[in-house]
Design a protein around this ligand. Structure first.
Ligand code: PLP
Length: 402
């Protein structure tokens, strides 16, 4: 007899299963293009030098202890995070109607925000782009949302944004629905709306009274510029929206396993902030009680120090430039080989990921035949491409398509 006999095997999480498969593969030329983590030219993980510097300073700071953080986290961290997202001169900051809540990385911010919206505002329907980051659905449904709906985003034919489909779908959304919007560097397509397209999106969101929930997992990583990458969120704030934004420091600080994130909340009425904070406090208290301090202290230390902040921006530039360079190299190689199709989308897309346009069968062929690990959707992480494997990757794509 077992209490657990009725438990069915759940499906594997593709990106983690792929990494495991790659780790166990002893083929010398194998390439991991699945995982969304930065790699150096040598294909190695990178701890940002500014993070090392901050960790040394923190280790020597005898005033720090291991006491619990407050439920809403380290105040300096969440304030600096929200300011970095919205900009110091944001009307929401100046009018004291924005605040931050430390979270367990970007995923945790999404989960806390979604749970608040479902349980305290009675939200039931959320919209996400097709395709989107594979976890949005699970996070929002686990948080208590009842219905997941999709809006069109990627046009496979033109390998770009389907803006007409996008606008039509959200125009048909029931009033009050929540819409998840990628702040920049859309995952998995690497394709963002232009500023004119964002303006049209904002008009429909306003007209249909949808609640915008931005997901900002790549600030600084898309263009190399923190302000540019926050444009869409800041534009919505300038248009008078109340909104949530989940921020992650996994990619732009390389703090993947420190689970360091922030939920930024922008409201219209400062007098309602205390009540909202008290309810988010209860949401978190019942979930994990309070967050860990290490990553938040690192980020806070860097954002609070002009010299380290500039150093961080340099580190971000290093990462984004390497990715842009690899996009160029991959496109050049594919075009040099005369690979069927057009490849301008590789350099037009931004951020960590690229939607190659390879279909499921072709993507699986890349894994099986060439030991190049990529998602079935055709998504590749540009970080996995290095000067020493770019020719092999291009040759393999070429052979797969010819
Ligand atoms: N949102 C998007 C679009 C992402 O791509 C990711 C990470 O890949 C996340 C959120 C959350 O990541 P984390 O929880 O590691 O911050």
């Amino acid at each position: 007899m077992s209490w657990f006999s009725s438990v069915e095997q759940g499906p594997p999480i593709e990106v983690f299963a792929l990494t495991k498969q790659c780790t166990e593969d002893d083929f010398p030329q194998k390439v991991n293009l699945g995982v969304g983590a930065y790699r150096t030219d040598e294909g190695k993980p990178w701890v940002l030098p500014v993070v090392r510097a901050a960790e040394k300073a923190l280790a020597n700071d005898e005033t720090l202890n291991k006491e619990y953080l407050p439920v809403l986290g380290l105040d300096s961290f969440s304030t600096l995070s929200t300011n970095m997202l919205l900009g110091d001169d944001s009307p929401a900051i100046v009018e004291k109607r924005a605040f931050g809540v430390q979270s367990l990385s970007g995923t945790g911010a999404l989960r806390v925000g979604a749970e608040f919206l479902a349980k305290k505002l009675g939200k039931t329907i959320f919209y996400y782009s097709t395709p989107t980051w594979e976890n949005h659905r699970l996070v929002f449904l686990s948080a208590g949302f009842q219905e997941a709906r999709q809006y069109r985003y990627w046009d496979q034919g033109k390998r770009g944004l389907d803006i007409e489909g996008f606008l039509e779908d959200i125009n048909n959304a029931p009033e009050g629905s929540v819409i998840i919007l990628h702040a920049c560097a859309h995952n998995p397509t690497g394709c963002d709306p232009t500023q004119e397209q964002w303006e049209k999106i904002a008009q429909v969101v306003k007209h249909k009274r949808l609640f915008p929930f931005f997901d900002s997992a790549y600030q600084g990583f898309a263009s190399g510029d923190l302000d540019k990458d926050a444009w869409a969120v800041r534009f919505f704030v300038s248009q008078g929206f109340e909104l949530f934004c989940a921020q992650s420091y996994a990619k732009n600080f390389g703090l993947y396993n420190e689970r360091t994130g922030n939920l930024s909340v922008v409201m219209n009425n400062p007098s309602e902030i205390a009540a909202v904070k008290s309810q988010i406090t209860l949401t978190i208290r019942g979930m994990y009680s309070n967050p860990p301090s290490h990553g938040a202290r690192i980020v806070s230390h860097v954002l609070n120090n002009k010299e380290l902040f500039d150093q961080w921006r340099g580190n971000i530039k290093t990462m984004s430039s390497r990715i842009i360079e690899m996009r160029k190299r991959l496109r050049e190689e594919l075009e040099r080989l005369g690979t069927p199709g057009t490849w301008n989308h590789i350099t037009e897309q931004i951020g960590m990921f690229s939607y190659t346009g390879l279909n499921e069968v072709q993507s699986e062929h890349m894994v099986k035949k060439y030991h190049i690990y990529m998602l079935r959707s055709g998504r590749i992480s540009m970080c996995g491409i290095t000067p020493s494997n770019v020719e092999y990757v291009a040759k393999s794509i070429n052979e797969t398509l010819t």
